[in-house]
Ligand binder design. Structure first.
Ligand code: AMP
Length: 110
């Protein structure tokens, strides 16, 4: 069975999509741990931080900056990567969190 993130990317299960390209999808976390909690998920799957290509990590960082810019919070966010510790889904992704930016958060299917 494919990862829940692969199913989200393939639209087999629904999600609230903020940003979608050939290489990355950004969705709302279903169980937010901050007022604004997005997941930045590469379309190329890797299990953890160590297995992830540097190009993918660069692309995820660039995406985080783009998301922050779009939300007007370039100086007010945090990124978390769980690697084993606290990692529920064995598919590397960035958590993007803030207590601001909600006013500009508009999902693609809205
Ligand atoms: P991690 O513990 O770093 O693997 O993070 C996995 C995250 O995925 C958690 O914050 C979950 O709340 C979130 N999550 C699990 N299932 C879904 C889903 N169907 N849609 C959106 N987020 C999800």
């Amino acid at each position: 069975m494919s990862s829940i993130f692969t199913q989200i990317i393939n639209r087999e299960i629904p999600s609230k999509i903020f940003h979608d390209t050939d290489s990355v999808i950004v969705i709302a976390d279903i169980n937010p741990k901050a007022p604004l909690h997005l997941l930045i998920i590469p379309k190329e799957e890797s299990k953890n931080f160590y297995e992830t290509k540097i190009e993918t990590l660069q692309m995820l960082s660039d995406t985080a900056k783009l998301v922050a810019d779009k939300l007007g919070i370039a100086d007010h966010f945090k990124i978390l990567i769980n690697n084993g510790l606290g990692q529920e889904i064995p598919y590397l992704h960035f958590h993007f969190m803030s207590d601001k930016g909600l006013n500009k958060l508009k999902f693609i299917e809205d």
